[in-house]
Each structure stands twice: as C-alpha cells, then as structure tokens.
Ligand binder design. Structure first.
Ligand code: 5AD
Ligand code: SF4
Length: 442
C-alpha cells in the first residue's frame, strides 16, 4: 500500500523545532513518511512563530499558496499549529480568510495531535482546538529527532517574565519544569544511542525547578547532567540575565562537559529602555555578570539578542546599546528591529519608532557587531579546537562541517571521517560567518 506523506515547515525558535520533532514522532507512528514535495503531500503542516510580525506575514503568504495546491489536490489536509495560532484572534482570522484550512491547533495540545488529525479528516469545516494553558507537563510523547548526534531536550516550558515587547508568555503559557529524573533518563537514553551533545531548552532556563516540589535549581540540574549522564557536550538556552548568578558561573566552570558558550540576551544597553522592557536588570548589573563569567571562564563565547527601535528609544538610548556592545564584545548577536505584538504592553506605548530610524540604527549596530564577531574569529587563527562533525557542508560538499564547543562553525577537508565524531581541527582561515581548518592528528 502507498504510504501517506506529510510536509512539515517550521518557523521560529528551537522550541518550535523540538515540537516539530514530536509531530514527526506521532506521524512516524501513524505510518506517514516525510516529503519535501508539499504539492503532492497528503498532509501539510506549518508550525508557526509569533515573535515578530514578519514571521506571521510569511505564514499568511504560505497559507495562501497552499490554497492553490489544494485546488489541484483536494484530498490534502492542511494543519496550522504553533505560537501564531495560539492567539485566538489570529486563529479566527485564518479560518475566515482561508476556509480550506482543515486544522488549527495551539502549543498546549500538541500531545493530542493524532486525535485532532482524525477530527480534521472527518470534519467538513476547519477544526480549531486551542487550550489556554497546559495543565501539566506530558511525558512520554513520541519523538523523531532531526539529528543523530545532537538533541534538543526540553527542561522548562512557558515563561513568567512578561517582557513588555514579548508575545511568548501569552502563547506558551506559564512556566512549567520537567522533573529532573525525566530529563536525566532522556539524556542517558540519548547517550546510549550515540548522541554526543544536548541543548537544554527553556524560555528562561535559569528559573528551572521553581515550580517543582523537590528542591532543585538550574545549576544543580546542570551538575547532575554533567556528572551522571556521560553526554560529551552540554549546552543550554535561553538564560535570563536577571537570574544568571555566580552559582551557575561556577557550575559551568567546573563541569568539564558544559560547553564554553553562554547565550545571554541583553536586549538593550540603556537603563531607561531596559526598565520599559520590564527586564529586571540594569546595564551595570549585566556588565557585572559578564565580568564574573570572564573571570571564571576566560575563553567563554558570549552571544546575545538585541532589539533596536523599542518605543521611545532616543539616539542617546541607542548610543548606550552601541556602547554596551563595544564593552562586552559579543562573539555573535541576533539583532532585531522592534516589532509591535498585539496584546503586549509595548505595542500600546507612545513614541513608536519609524521604520526608517529602526533600519538606520539596525545597520549601525550590525556593522559594529560584525567587527566584534570577526575579531573573535581572528583570535582563533592557528588554534586547535574540538569540533563535533555534523556532516558534509551544505554549500560545499567537498568539506565537512561542525561546531566548536564555543558554537562556531568550522569547515575542513578530511578522509575517513564520519558525522558524530569529535575531532581536533586547527583553524587556518577566517571567513565572515565561518572558520576553515584542517584536521589535526597528533
Ligand atoms: N520585536 C522584536 N524582537 C523581539 N524579540 C522578542 N519579541 C520581539 C519583538 N516584539 C526578540 C528578543 C528575543 C528574541 C527571541 O526575539 O530579542 O530574545
Ligand atoms: Fe519573551 Fe522575556 Fe520570556 Fe524571553 S524572558 S520569552 S523575551 S517574555
């Protein structure tokens, strides 16, 4: 019998990537096979993102085009899920504007996806199923991981911070931690199956454990992952600067398998803007934490997220962001122009910044950050680094690609190498976004 096929597109962050792995796990169990060919697929799923307007516009464009495919392939089931449709108004708008969509479900009811799919297959009308929050963490869902050597491992879901620009707390619900034993069991199983790296995932990993009956915090969880599982590389994201503390720095310094990389989103360099953003720290406190980290782990790579053009941001405020970027010298930064999200406090703030100014500030920030990224890469020239081999490079099949412990991409030629190996590479050339190297055999 012909196997049913599905096409799955994921927008947004690692959390969505990880959710997509659960969808793939369910679909494996249901006997579906993944295909790149959406036009002929039995099922097309879009796992959407709501963090910026651009992400939402992309999805609307995609749904429109799916409508044309469905005209030619009327049996096709179209499902839209994820953060964007967790906003009820958006879900209703999709149903109205694109009545050919079969299923809309949110972030909280992913665990009942097979049931929802059956309902959608039987129904003439769009099935919308949204829950306002997740009653409890559901364990034991199937997972088909995208990678054979590195894995995402959820540790917390949701966010309680309510940064004034951010939609996430509204679409991902309140913070919930997984039990440490469930996390450790999952990682031990991954190690048994040959995995070398895990990234512990949460909107704010530093608040791990606050809602659990047992007394455990994020630093203690990291120690247990380091000491008890045998996984070779441990990463985590995202850390909130307010909750990032000395205990965690010392844990990172001590844990030999914890990678020397910290992603610590600063968002802005002006205290006035940080306050308006409801971030809960000042630039001075942020700089102190960076100094503490550098004292204990001098070669730790530091990356960040920055928003330009937050409502009311003056030239002086923006200069404070540039100054902070210069002072910290980040290895890399994800930079965004502020995008008003309906329902968040910042969207209603006066003095929204015109697009032209946002663009101009963004370009200045990008130029400055590129200088720092390049400087960090140049410092690696001639150095030997450990690389986890991911496979042949996508752009140049004659070389291998992998990541250093500091999360930098390295490409290098070599025979007799396979994906999943940890190798030593000497850095021989610096490119803007990557490093070139040669395998080092001692
Ligand atoms: N506009 C622009 N950037 C945003 N981010 C979150 N919300 C917004 C918004 N409304 C950015 C933050 C966050 C990253 C994931 O996305 O920098 O850390
Ligand atoms: Fe959004 Fe702030 Fe929560 Fe991050 S910590 S998900 S920016 S509300």
């Amino acid at each position: 019998m012909e196997r049913k096929t599905y096409s799955l597109t994921v927008f947004g962050c690692q959390m969505n990537e990880r959710d997509a792995e659960t969808l793939r796990g369910f679909l494996d169990e249901l006997g579906y096979e993944e295909t790149e060919d959406a036009a002929n697929a039995h099922l097309v799923i879009l796992n959407t993102c709501a963090v910026r307007q651009k992400a939402e516009e992309k999805v609307f464009g995609r749904i429109g085009r799916l409508g044309q495919l469905k005209e030619k392939n009327p049996e096709m089931i179209i499902a839209i899920c994820g953060c964007m449709v967790q906003q009820e108004a958006v879900a209703r708008r999709i149903k109205q504007k694109f009545p050919f969509v079969d299923l809309i479900f949110g972030t909280h009811n992913l665990s009942i996806f097979p049931e929802l799919l059956v309902r959608a297959q039987k129904s003439e009308e769009t099935v919308i199923d949204l829950w306002s929050d997740t009653p409890e963490v559901v364990e034991g869902l199937p997972v088909a991981r995208q990678d054979n050597f590195k894995a995402w491992v959820n540790i917390t879901f949701g966010c309680n911070n309510f940064c004034s620009y951010c939609i996430v707390p509204y679409v991902r619900g309140r913070e919930r931690s997984r039990k440490p034993d469930d996390i450790l069991r999952e990682i031990k199983n991954l190690v048994k199956r040959g995995y070398k790296e895990v990234t512990l995932l949460g909107q704010n990993v530093n608040s791990y454990g606050k809602d659990l009956p047992e007394k455990i915090d994020f630093a203690e969880l990291l120690t247990r992952v380091n000491d008890e599982t045998g996984i070779k590389r441990i990463r985590f994201t995202t850390s909130h600067p307010r909750d990032f503390n000395e205990k965690l720095v010392k844990t990172m310094a001590r844990g030999e398998n914890i990678c020397e990389h910290l992603h610590l989103p600063v968002q802005a360099g002006s205290n006035r803007i940080l306050d308006l953003m409801n971030r809960g720290y000042t630039r001075e406190q942020y700089l102190e934490k960076i100094a503490l980290l550098r004292e204990h782990i001098p070669h730790c790579a530091i990356t960040t997220d920055i928003i330009v053009g937050f409502p009311g941001e003056t030239e002086e405020d923006f200069a404070a962001t540039l100054d902070l970027v210069d002072k910290v010298s980040f290895d890399a930064a994800f930079m965004f122009m502020y995008s008003p999200r309906p329902g968040t406090p910042a969207a209603k703030m006066p003095a929204q910044i015109p697009l032209e100014i946002k663009k101009e500030r963004f370009a200045r920030l990008l130029e400055l950050q590129n200088k720092h990224s390049r400087r960090h890469n140049e410092a690696l020239l001639g150095k030997k680094v450990e690389v986890l081999v991911e496979g042949p490079s996508k752009t140049d099949k004659t070389v291998w690609t992998g990541k250093t412990r500091s999360n930098k991409t390295v490409n290098f030629p070599g025979d007799g190498i396979s994906a999943g190996q940890l190798v030593t590479v000497e850095i021989t050339e610096i490119k803007t976004w990557s490093l070139m190297g040669r395998i080092h055999l001692d």
